[in-house]
Design a protein around this ligand. Structure first.
Ligand code: 8X3
Length: 250
């Protein structure tokens, strides 16, 4: 079954929580019909009802499922590749290759597969936008971040390459690279559910970024005139001057 809408359509992956959910809300408020894609169907259904969007359970690492997902849409104007994350914080010396592989799968191959599947529709739209949520980890290394840093460097490389390859197509390629963002799940996933270690990431930091802060930048970039391509936007909280230079009051 195909879906047909009058309003421009924005697909958001990883839309069940955090930056993805905030972005879905922001794009809906900006007039987009939002297609919410993520693995957790119950959360998607609730958000879809809230914003008048469409819930589509999807694992972006499942190539066949991604292709079926793409075939079910007959219009796509915006794709926000937000699904991603960190798994594990071990040093390179002891990191679990399974964690590294899983991070590459979701942060790089997930972006690749969804973008490949939706690119024909984005081109046909005549004014498509691909947004990729990378990370400041795509530009700097830090201890214990190896697998995530490697994957996000891959996310950045994919995005930069895609922009070059689409130079003569009516599709913008926007990269948003957030630094420290406090969401419910990012650090919890990184530390395999250890709430104390997850909370320590933000301890004493005056106002880490919120999911809404990042979503604001995505909506801003998407709603610029079609000829304006925000190539790369790095945003951090004021308290984080660089990856390691974080002001903590306790
Ligand atoms: C999240 C930013 O500093 O945890 O993408 O790598 S960081």
């Amino acid at each position: 079954m195909t879906e047909s809408y009058g309003a421009p359509v924005a697909v958001v992956t990883g839309a069940s929580s955090g930056i993805g959910a905030a972005t879905a809300r922001g794009l809906a408020a900006a007039g987009y019909r939002v297609v919410l894609a993520a693995r957790r169907a119950d959360r998607l259904a609730a958000l879809a009802e809230e914003i008048g969007g469409l819930a589509r359970p999807l694992d972006v690492t499942d190539r066949a499922a991604v292709q079926d997902f793409a075939a079910s849409l007959d219009r796509v104007d915006v794709l926000v590749n937000n699904a991603g994350g960190a798994i594990g914080a071990d040093p390179v010396a002891t990191g679990d290759p399974a964690d590294w592989r899983a991070m590459y799968e979701v942060n790089v191959l997930g972006v690749l597969q969804v973008t490949q599947a939706l690119l024909p529709a984005l081109i046909v739209s005549g004014a498509g936008t691909v947004v990729v949520l990378s990370s400041t980890a795509g530009f700097a290394a830090y201890e214990g971040g190896g697998g995530y840093v490697a994957a996000k460097h891959g996310t950045h490389a994919l995005t930069a390459t895609l922009r070059l390859e689409l130079f003569d197509q009516p599709v913008r390629v926007v990269e948003i690279a957030p630094g420290m963002v406090r969401t419910d799940e990012f650090s919890l996933n990184r530390f395999h559910g250890d709430a104390d270690r997850a909370a320590a990431v933000y301890r004493g930091v005056d106002e880490p970024l919120t999911a809404e802060d990042v979503a604001d930048t995505v909506v801003w970039a998407v709603t610029r005139p079609a000829h304006v391509n925000v190539d790369l936007l790095v945003l951090r909280p004021r308290a984080q001057a660089a990856q390691h230079k974080v002001h903590r009051t306790s």
